[in-house]
Each structure stands twice: as structure tokens, then as C-alpha cells.
Design a protein around this ligand. Sequence first.
Ligand SMILES: NC(=O)c1ccc[n+]([C@@H]2O[C@H](COP(=O)([O-])OP(=O)(O)OC[C@H]3O[C@@H](n4cnc5c(N)ncnc54)[C@H](O)[C@@H]3O)[C@@H](O)[C@H]2O)c1
Length: 297
Amino acid sequence: MRILITGAGSNIGKGMTARLRAAGHDIVTSDLNRLPDSETFKNLPFVQCDLQAGFGLERAVAGCDLLLHLPAWHGIHWGQKTEVDYWRLNIDGTFFALQAAKEAGVKRVVFLSSTAWYGHYDKYGFTKRIGEELCEYHRRNHGMRYVAVRPNDLTPWGNDWVNRYGSRLLYGGVDREDVLDCIERSVAYLEAPLAEGSEAENVVVHAVRHDPYTEEQLADWENDPQAGLERIYPGSSALAQKYGISLQRKPSVSRADEGAGIIGFKATRHFGVFLEELRRIDAEGGEATVRAVTCSY
Ligand SMILES: NC(=O)c1ccc[n+]([C@@H]2O[C@H](COP(=O)([O-])OP(=O)(O)OC[C@H]3O[C@@H](n4cnc5c(N)ncnc54)[C@H](O)[C@@H]3O)[C@@H](O)[C@H]2O)c1
């Protein structure tokens, strides 16, 4: 398919451009800012455009089969951006992008929503509610099929893999690769033609971890977190202590939802996978090697 990625220079945009290119799709990129001079974007068409302005995307979307719409102010922008900023990029920007897609006859959309959707009346969650409604509006009125992907917080690694990545997998974090898997599955799902005579469908899918433990196993976690961890991951509490993994708060439980089943997505990275990796690197290279693990994005 020919796919327009808006906000191609975003964290998710970089990952998805590389993946969808590798999968053989024709990619057209757009962003407010010029894209980095990297292998990911080499030789790809690029249309620079301020989505809030309401024009400029027509050239980019012409001839495309699918829109992957990414730009938004989100959690990390909370302190710097106003309610008006959130409205203008997340709502006006989404509306204008969908309208440009409609005019070009595009019938497939993957929209990046968020689990912030559940924070209905906060300045971010509110915009994702309306963003999904805009997709639904275009489905009902213009026959656009869409998948709304709601990721949890992407786990940043930075310079502290253990605590900026690993520990976060016990709470709201989701591995970025799982989110990219989910978006790739969404694109593949929409690529399949609609069955004869059936209505354009809407799918909502949560791009969240799939934890192998249950609420019951966490019941008295706060009384003795080390014992709780041992119960779920035998032999790991010494490792957690060695690396100062913070366990005081009771972990959250994330589960796949109906949408995941529809598009065929299953998250594969969680705290247990991280622990195995930590154990392996610790055994092979010791603490200095573990401390040197950083993230490239
Ligand atoms: N990062 C997360 O943890 C997370 C979690 C859940 C959902 N999401 C959603 O995923 C999407 C992508 O997130 P990300 O973290 O990859 O984004 P990001 O913050 O890395 O990038 C945002 C992009 O929007 C572009 N942009 C800003 N203003 C623009 C404008 N006026 N016109 C056109 N483009 C503009 C920026 O240039 C940038 O490329 C967002 O919709 C976000 O709400 C992200």
C-alpha cells in the first residue's frame, strides 16, 4: 500500500517508517519539521506541513491507500503546552488530516489514540476522546475504516535501562516495540479488503503489556514486595535488590482486549522478559555492563 505517515519524525513515526518500509509499503512522510538525515527516511517523499493550519496535506495524501496519523501533544508536553495547544494540534490537526484523506478518497486510517482516553476530562485525554470521535464521524459519513490504537506510556530507556525501562514495566509502561507491533498489525488488518457488502469497521485496540501474573498474586504485595516478587518470579529478588529496582508500589496488571484479538496483536514484552535479560547481561558482563545499557531512540 501507499501510506502517508503524518508526524513521521515522532518517536513512533521513526519506528513505523522503518518497519512499514521494510514490509514493502510505499511511504510518504509529512511533519512540521524537516526529518533527520538518516537511513530511515532516505529517498522518501516528504511534505512539510503545519497540520493546525488546515491545508498543505493534499499533496502528501494524493494517491495514498492509508493514513497513519500520529502528531499530538501528549503526556510529556503537559507542563509546556496549554489547553489551546492540545486542542489545536490534537483535534484541529486530526480533523484537517482526516478531511484531506477524505478528499483524496483514502478509506483506511490508523489513528494513534492513548490510554489517556480514560482521563476523559483532562486536557490530553479529552482530545483523544474527540480524536476517536472524529474517526467515527469519518467512518459513518465517508466510509473510512479505522483502527484506533491506545498505547500505554512508551517506556523510555535513556541512560538508566533498569529503572527507566525495567521498573516501568511493572506500572504503566509498555515496550515501544510492542506498540510498533500493534500498529503494524493494524495496518495489515486494514490492508485486507473489506468483505463484499460489509460496512466499514471500527476497531479500538489497547497497545499495552500482557502480564503473566494475576491480581490475586499481587494481593498483599505492599506488605512484603520482595516476597511478592519471589512468588511470581522465583529467584529474582536478589537481582532486584542488587539493581535497586523500586518495588514499593503494587504493580498494575495489563491484559489484551477484544481489539487485540480482532487484529491479531499480542504483546510479548513484560517485566519477566526484562528480568531474564537483566539476569543474562549480569551473568555475562556484570554490573558495569548492565549500567551501560542505553536506548538508541
Ligand atoms: N509516547 C508515548 O508514550 C505515547 C503514549 C500513548 C499514545 N501516544 C500517541 O502516539 C502519537 C505519537 O507519539 P510520539 O511520542 O511518537 O510523538 P512525539 O512527541 O515523538 O512527536 C510528535 C510529532 O508531532 C509533530 N508535530 C508537532 N506539531 C505539529 C504540527 N503543527 N503539524 C504537524 N506535525 C506536528 C512533531 O514534529 C513530532 O514529529 C501521539 O498521538 C501520542 O498522543 C504516545
